[in-house]
Design a binder for this molecule. Structure first.
Ligand SMILES: [Zn+2]
Length: 104
């Protein structure tokens, strides 16, 4: 079962108070709705990435990994994107080799 974003605590970028997701910070009142929406989008993209990887849709997975890396350029996200890129490259090499074999 996936963890919902509303169950995860976050740190207010203004005052650093750790709290549950809300549209406004409980301590300083900063509007964090944009951050909340971005976190929801990030979680949805991660779920979509897993589905596409599981189904072998590596082109779609690469595009999603690109979006994830744009939101959060962490080492792990960059490694995942690179892994998918390598997988796409190897798949294209494999297809070229197979098509060369079939024409002989
Ligand atoms: Zn705050």
């Amino acid at each position: 079962m996936d963890l919902e974003i509303n169950d995860v605590k976050f740190k207010c970028p203004t005052c650093s108070k750790i709290q549950q997701w809300q549209d406004n910070c409980q301590l300083c009142g900063s509007d964090v709705s944009i951050l909340h929406n971005l976190a929801i989008k990030y979680k949805k993209l991660q779920k979509l990435l897993r589905i596409n990887l599981r189904n072998g849709n590596f082109i779609a997975a690469y595009n999603i990994a690109q979006q994830i890396t744009n939101i959060a350029p962490t080492k792990l996200n960059k490694k995942i994107k690179q892994f998918i890129k390598t997988k796409l490259f190897l798949n294209s090499k494999y297809k070229i080799q197979n098509s060369e074999l079939s024409t002989d």
